[in-house]
Design a binder for this molecule. Sequence first.
Ligand code: XIL
Length: 635
Amino acid sequence: MKHIQWNRRFLAAAVGMTMFCTAVPVSLFTAWTADAADGAVLYSADFENGTNDFTARGTTETFEITTEKVHSGSYALKVNDRSSSWNGPQLALDSTISTGTEYVVTAYATTEWYCNSLTLSLQYDDASGNTTYSNVVSQTSDGSGWVEFNSKISFPSGSTNQYVYFECSDAGAAIYLDDFTLSEAPEVELEDIPALSEVYDGYFKIGTAIAPSTLASKTQMKLVQKHFSGSITLGNEMKPDYVLDQEATLAYMEQTGDDNNPQINLSACAEILQYCSDNNIPVRGHTLIWHSQTPDWFFKEGFTDEGDWVSKETMIVRMENYIKNYMEALETQFPNLNLYAFDVVNEAWTDNGTPREAGSSKSEDPNSSAWVRVFGDNSFIEYAFQFAREYAPEGCKLYYNDFNEYMPTKTNAIVEMATELKEKGLIDGIGLQSHLDVSFPSVSAYRTALEKFAATGLDIQITELDVTTSDTSEAGLEKQAQYYSDIFDAIVEYKDSISAVVLWGITDDGSWRADRLPLLFNGDYTAKPAYYAIIDDVPPLGGETTTTTTTEESTAPAETTTTTTEPIITAIRGDVNQNGKLEGADLSLMRQTLLTLDTTADLSDAEWIVLDMNQDGMVGTPDLVALLQFLLGQA
Ligand code: XIL
């Protein structure tokens, strides 16, 4: 059995250590350069002459320069007597940097002893004055070697009081820092390669997800303009937790007595929406109704976390006001925006085709849903589509969006729901997130899902495509390229039903799954093998595709999923949730899958591999027992 071991990229260099500590008087040493050219170093600190401009984040830390652990020269900064994990050295940047510009921080840091995470983070006050913290990168520190940091950072427009800082999960461990630099990020010339938007011109829009930090990077934006200007999604900033404004909602309630009217604040997404509006780039709204990234106060009496959960009737009123206010704010503030699509509901069905468990965004189970808690079931979905249809701008198509959309019971649940909504004229399309891995799902399973969704007659969009690989060697990236190519072949087969293919990010280093390199471009902006694989052999429009599925084939039973053009299937036996490891969660998911599985006829090859744990050619309870035994054997 293949068992994936996730790689943890650990950048550390061994250094010599002297056995005694020398305290040196603190002196301020500033190395700001006046007029920094593109790529020039704006600030550096080697701690040879003092602690430089670094200050303590907390109240207990002591600062000294030390010879105990040194990356280069004779001294490093030692920050001792920390009393919370967030304590450590910080550098104020407000007089040095400009907002909306990208910088590069390089530094070496280490800790007194092993620390699970040594983190480079940013702090700033956003445009509304809220203090915001963001972790740029976390690495493990073994306490002996130095951990190298080399990260791109930026601060959103309108922010103030910016800091960069280091923190570490173990509050008791001293943090050491050496050879810190801050530079303006250089603008890199793009490779002379075909634009994805041109390669797929006439097939479907090619788009990507971006963040305010993308906007700050001149080179990332050149990649967006060249390859992905067909469609932009905001990776986070249009989600409920960003747009729902609790303070404004409470103030509105106080002023008007209306205690069911959530107020909207678009400041987090404004810059990107303005950019798209100015450059006429179509925007996919993501997302209105979701169990995740939605605050509990939205569902509570008095709009406070402490209130009781409201009734279903009240929540319907709140939902209507929320969607109405959201759409009105978009229309008023961005009258020229081409908001061509919106994910009205995200991730409402489990892999078993059932509604989520009732829960809250604060609950221990991040998969549970406050919508289900208030409505008792998934009936909130239809209300959401009704209100979206009523208030969304003309021309804005409405989608249901989900992940693992190729799990057969989930596919069926989505198809059933979408068909009902279509009959009522409420839905325009289905969004397949498509967060894939080279080992799962098989391309035939993905193609089967496309076929079922296309058969609804609704539009399909691939909304968040990325393909992780735990093997980040050259061979691993080649395998990833082949998988991307096969998935694109399937997408091209269904091009008549697909209006957009949106990648979930641009360069690997900016991905939400950065350690498994899921995107088309490297951190240095060069194209990966995966990029070359998907621009190769794109059949001419109107011409014959090599692997066309005919209508007869599409209604034929399961044999059609095992064609000779299939790549080798590398699904992991028992890994039902496809996260690369076998665990208790797989056991309960396998049990639920078996309970709800009417027939094995529709299972794809990969699903057979995943479910047929004991490899006896049958899927059933003995597989559950085999998985249990395997897990017990591991414990
Ligand atoms: C992810 C973002 O990319 C992350 O930055 C954030 O921390 C969590 O959400 N399905 C979705 C997206 O619909 O909104 C999620 O985006 C990825 C999974």
